[in-house]
Design a protein around this ligand. Structure first.
Ligand code: SF4
Length: 257
């Protein structure tokens, strides 16, 4: 694999921070409802306080345990091989589920040889692999060509994240993904208060051929119900795809779901 051949292994590349792994179904976006193995990696380059989730006195998003290394990093496992971890789920299945790499921001680790080895192994075996990303990290697709064979669910952050636009909307990073992959898409989590801005239109204006999926904000079924109809109407009016967040509808924010 070209990506591995040219890569000089740094000390921090000898392990990969794994927050959790589990088998469930995809609750969001284009492949909603698909049986999927989830790999959650630690670390994020943003710190979205606007989503107002509170754990142990820290404010952030619903993936806070994968974001806040100082507080939660001691529970992250430093792994040196991802293949057997995914195979431990596959051994009970006689079909190919999707593999979803999420975070935090998993593309922080996109050059890590442990991640590249896993991609090479499962892409060759015909698995569909999706990275759930905030699309702020520009991938070098020429030197890391394996990424042309995966899907990116680009959850570009909006003003409601609380992060400045200069950090959360990186056009070159989005452009690299849309130009080098076939099935990638945008997904936005929206509350009814977010629907009056022109933010989404501005972000996608240069990427009109990339599908857009909008979902209601909320970490419980009740909270989703406060936003779902307004977001659905917004999608109908703008020609975007509406999807629910099925894992939250069924299990709220329960871990391992
Ligand atoms: S980019 Fe995603 S994972 Fe990172 S802090 Fe924001 S919402 Fe959380």
């Amino acid at each position: 694999m070209r990506a591995l051949q040219g890569h000089f292994m740094k000390q921090e590349d000898k392990t990969l921070p794994l927050v959790e792994h589990f088998y469930s179904f995809q609750g969001e976006g284009k492949f909603v409802g698909t049986p999927s193995i989830f790999i959650r990696l630690g670390g994020c380059n943003l710190g979205c306080k606007g989503f107002n989730v509170h754990i142990d006195g820290i404010t952030g998003c619903d993936s806070l345990k994968a974001v806040h290394e100082e507080r939660f990093g001691s529970s992250w496992k430093k792994i040196d091989d991802l293949v057997p971890i995914i195979n431990s789920h596959l051994k009970n299945l006689d079909f190919k589920p999707d593999i979803v790499i999420t975070g935090g921001e998993p593309l922080l680790h996109y050059q890590n040889p442990i991640l590249l080895k896993m991609l090479d192994y499962f892409v060759k075996r015909g698995f569909r692999i999706t990275f759930e990303t905030n699309a702020t990290i520009k991938i070098d697709f020429e030197n890391y060509t394996i990424y042309k064979n995966v899907v990116f669910a680009m959850s570009v952050k909006l003003k409601n994240s609380g992060e400045p636009k200069s950090k959360r909307v990186i056009h070159e990073a989005i452009k690299a993904i849309t130009e080098n992959t076939k099935l990638s898409f945008f997904k936005f989590v929206l509350s009814k208060d977010d629907l009056f801005t022109k933010e989404i239109g501005e972000i996608i204006s240069c990427f009109k051929d990339t599908p857009i999926y909008c979902m209601p904000m909320g970490s419980t079924s009740y909270e989703l119900s406060q936003n779902d109809k307004a977001v659905a109407e917004f999608c109908i009016a703008n020609g975007y795809n509406f999807v629910d967040r099925m894992h939250i509808r069924l299990w709220s924010n329960e871990e391992g779901r």
